[in-house]
Design a protein around this ligand. Sequence first.
Ligand SMILES: [Zn+2]
Length: 261
Amino acid sequence: MQFRLDGSRVVFDVHEKVQAWFSTRRGGVSFPPFNTLNLSYGVGDLKPAVTENRRRMLASAGRRLEDLVMPHQVHESHIAWVDADMAGRGSEGAQPIPSTDGFLTDSREVVLGLGFADCVPIFVTDVDARAVGLLHAGWRGTAAEIQVRGVEMFRSRGIEPHDLLIGLGPAIGSCCYEVDAPVKEAVMNLVGMEPLTAVDEAHWRLNLHLANRRLLERAGVRPEHIVEAPFCTGCRRDLFFSYRVEQRMTGRMGGYICLAR
Ligand SMILES: [Zn+2]
């Protein structure tokens, strides 16, 4: 397994030239209900606490807050290309990249970061570590095929799908994720019923990892190049915040990826 728990982080060991990690809720300074490592300024937590938590997450990989780039996430499928001169945007809340749920870079100067609480973090690099990418895929992003757009953007930069290495990070599992008919229809129309299990006539359990895996495979990613983190954010409330299970008033984890310097 290439995902492993390391202190207050889940680390994705994907390539020696790439650092990829996901925060747990442990090891931060925020008070309940954001205890303790909340990384979002937008949920009602104290700003200095969030800044300190973000600083700690960057420092855990030997990086500075000034290296971080974060967008304003909107559950859609736009993906941005990030250059070195964008370092620091969104790192303390100001000037985030607008309306973006994924981004890619080939610069060693930036750390890509996204906020999560149940949605699937998709970490991407390639066998030669030429570039890295990070995507945010809840059911909307999944159904909007953000993962396919990510693959296409790597291809536009000369990196073929069969060379991509993908990690699906900690997210809500089908054990904890019940959806209604509109969501079921959207997913079914894309990938069929395989990721869906009927609960009753109007509800289904959705396996978001599996839906994203199938869409990535269809886009040309090798099945053996897709690794899934063995954690459900709903079941493991000792480790993670869960927007669904904790009735919306909770913190956010962070996913991060960068090329090692
Ligand atoms: Zn669960």
